[in-house]
Ligand binder design. Sequence first.
Ligand SMILES: [Zn+2]
Length: 77
Amino acid sequence: MYFSFFNKPLTKCNRCGFKTPTEEGKCQYCHDLTEVEVDEMLKEHSIKFKGNPTLIKRAYLLLVCILLLLYLYKFIE
Ligand SMILES: [Zn+2]
């Protein structure tokens, strides 16, 4: 059931840019939203999208620091 859902052909919505199943005929993300609501949804989406790489970068930096500390600790011993 889930698998067949992912295999459905998708069409990019002209209004919000999200991909929606072609056979639906209308966008499942914005068909019941006003222009203002679509704008707000897209803003929220872009904020979330920009926020993620920063988190990954921070986590990566933390990991590098921990590895460096472990390396130095071994070196001292
Ligand atoms: Zn849409």
